[in-house]
Design a protein around this ligand. Sequence first.
Ligand SMILES: C[S@@+](CC[C@H](N)C(=O)[O-])C[C@H]1O[C@@H](n2cnc3c(N)ncnc32)[C@H](O)[C@@H]1O
Length: 281
Amino acid sequence: MSTTPAPVSERDMAAYWDRAGRVWVEHQVLLDRIMAPIAEAVVEAAGLANGEAVLDVGCGSGATTFAAAWRTGPTGRAVGVDISPALVELARRRAGEDGLEGVEFLLADAQAHAFKAEYDAIVSRFGVMFFPDPVAAFANLRTALKPSGRLAFAAWRSPEENPLALVPLHAAAPLLPEIPKFEKDAPGRFAFADAERVRSILETSGWRGVEIAPLDVTNPLSFDELMTMSLRVGPLNPILKDADEDLRDTVWDAVAIALEPYVKEGVAQMASACWLVTAKA
Ligand SMILES: C[S@@+](CC[C@H](N)C(=O)[O-])C[C@H]1O[C@@H](n2cnc3c(N)ncnc32)[C@H](O)[C@@H]1O
C-alpha cells in the first residue's frame, strides 16, 4: 500500500505537487523539525565545501537548500529547484527574511530543465522519487554537474519499515470506500524503496560509484503532531477533506486508537527508515 497516489505523467505530477505543495506550506514548521536530521545527513554526505555551488532537487520550502548554504557560505551558491509554485514562493520568502546570501530558488521540472554544468554537487531530501521517467531525470541531473560533481540524496525505504506511513492507512481502510494502493516502483513516496532498483536507475543514467546505505532516524512527536502528520499531511488528507464530518470524526477516532500504542508519556518516537544514496557524475 502506498501513501502517495502515483501520478503517471509529467502533467499529473505537476498538478499533484501543486495541490500537495500547498499542504506542505501549511505544515512547513513541523515537517522541517521532523526531517532536520535527514537534511544534515544529506549535506554531510555531499561533502560540501566553502565556495562550492550546490543544487537541491525537489527542494520544497528550502530546508535542505538552507542547510547546504551554511556549508557553501557567502562565496558559494545554493540553488533549490522545485515544481511546486507554492513551495518555491515560500522558499524565496524564507531566504529573503533570513537575508541569506548565495541562495536562489528556481521553479522548474528537474526531469526536463536545461541545466548548465555549473554545480559541484546535487543534494536532495525526498525530492527525487517522483519523476515519471527516473532514468531520463537522473541523466538530465548529471548535465547540471561539473565533471567531478557528486550526488547525495535521501529516499524512503519500504512503507512496512515506516510505521507512520502505514498505521493510519490500515486503521482508516475499513471505513473508507477507497485507499491509495501501493504500486511497486511507481513514481511516489516509496518509488525508491528497492535499493537495487535505485542502483540500476543511477547506473543506467550514467552515474558511477553508487553507494546506498540505510539511514535511520527517530523523530519525537507529540500525539497532536502524530495526528496532523497522519490526517492532514499524508494521503488521507485529500480523501478526508471532502468527506462529511461524521466520517472524518470516525476516521480520526480509529487512527487515534491505532497510534496510541506508539505514545509513551505524551511523546511518540516514530522511526523513519530511509536510504542515503551517494554517487559521482
Ligand atoms: C516530499 S517533498 C520534499 C520537499 C523537500 N525536499 C523537503 O524535504 O522538505 C518532494 C518535493 O519534490 C518536488 N518535485 C516533485 N517532482 C519534481 C520535479 N519533477 N522537479 C522538481 N521538483 C519536483 C515536489 O514539488 C516537492 O516539493
